[in-house]
Design a protein around this ligand. Structure first.
Ligand SMILES: [Zn+2]
Length: 309
């Protein structure tokens, strides 16, 4: 019987006598990738199959193996994709060169591979692409718990479908969703029941940042011109799982925009207004214990700090 071994980089089984893995170009003797073309071909296949998990895991293993061995082997990638011994020490730049991708892309992919290891309880295959996986990772990093919604459209559908039962929207009539406007698309648009004003809702499944504020300011400008009557006001509301520091810092310069963080309480979506919504610590408590318990936990912590003083 043919004895097999497993390639350290791509985990493919290969006959014991193989010197270079014919899936990823790993050289079993030199303990590094010596055929970069083969590796790039493998990445291309995984991209084509939309298998981002296998892609980032392959990149992580390749990077780890080369980092580990770089004191023994020094690398340079030649024009035709073969790895030559005798170059510099292994860095992110070397990885970017080996994969023929941007350094920033390698950074992102390795961070995703890290998140897979860090949050193993989450079904990462629920994220259909890297963009959603990055959003999920950011949410995990901020709140320490898995997301409620896998995609932004799930959040939008939920709010749209439950508009009338959500208390913060009591004063507003929903007038449209995915409203095309110059420079983009308004997620949800509402008009006040009594007053002459409009509300532009921008939804982010994960974290909102200062770019989100810029986006809403643009929509407000466009809506004032194209949707509102001359005497009508336009306000913005950003709803997200949490806020980046950039969002918090840019809110004071945009007084017509509000921010709220969403959370699920007893099977229903609820919202925490700013400035409480800027506290990732409080949001994490809510996610872990529910709103009422979070308040209780918080008052306990406050009491403790008080008695320590
Ligand atoms: Zn391999």
């Amino acid at each position: 019987m043919l004895t097999m071994k497993e390639c350290q980089c791509c985990l493919s089984p290969t006959p014991e006598a193989t010197s270079i893995c014919d899936v990823c170009g790993y050289d079993f003797e030199k303990k590094c990738i010596t055929d970069a073309r083969m590796l790039r071909q493998r990445v291309k296949q995984l991209k084509h199959a939309k298998d981002w998990i296998s892609e980032v895991e392959l990149k992580r293993r390749v990077h780890e193996i080369h980092t580990k061995n770089s004191t023994r082997w020094r690398f340079r990638i030649s024009e035709d994709g073969w790895l030559e011994v005798g170059g510099r020490k292994w860095t992110f730049r070397s990885a970017a060169k080996l994969f023929n991708e941007q350094k920033s892309q390698i950074h992102t992919d390795l961070a995703l591979a890290e998140a897979l290891l860090q949050y193993p309880g989450f079904t990462w295959s629920d994220c259909p692409n890297k963009k959603q996986a990055i959003e999920t990772k950011d949410e995990f990093d901020l709140l320490g718990v898995p997301p409620f919604f896998i995609s932004e459209s799930d959040l939008q559908k939920y709010i749209e479908g439950n508009w009338k039962t959500i208390s913060v929207f009591r004063e507003w009539n929903l007038t449209g969703s995915a409203v095309k406007i110059q420079g983009g698309e308004i997620d949800l648009l509402a008009h006040h029941r009594v007053n002459e004003k409009w509300l532009i809702l921008e939804l982010k499944k994960g974290l909102a940042d200062d770019k989100t504020v810029g986006q809403v300011l643009r929509y407000i400008g466009a809506a004032k011109r194209d949707i509102a009557k001359d005497h009508e006001d336009v306000e913005g509301l950003i709803i997200a799982a949490g806020a980046s520091k950039g969002l918090k810092d840019s809110m004071p310069i945009a007084p017509t925009i509000n921010f709220m963080a969403y959370f699920m309480e007893k099977g229903k979506l609820d919202f925490l207004p700013a400035p409480f919504a800027f506290s990732s610590f409080f949001l994490r408590l809510i996610r872990l214990h529910g709103f009422d318990d979070a308040i209780e936990q918080l008052s306990k912590i406050t009491q403790q700090t008080d008695s320590e003083e």
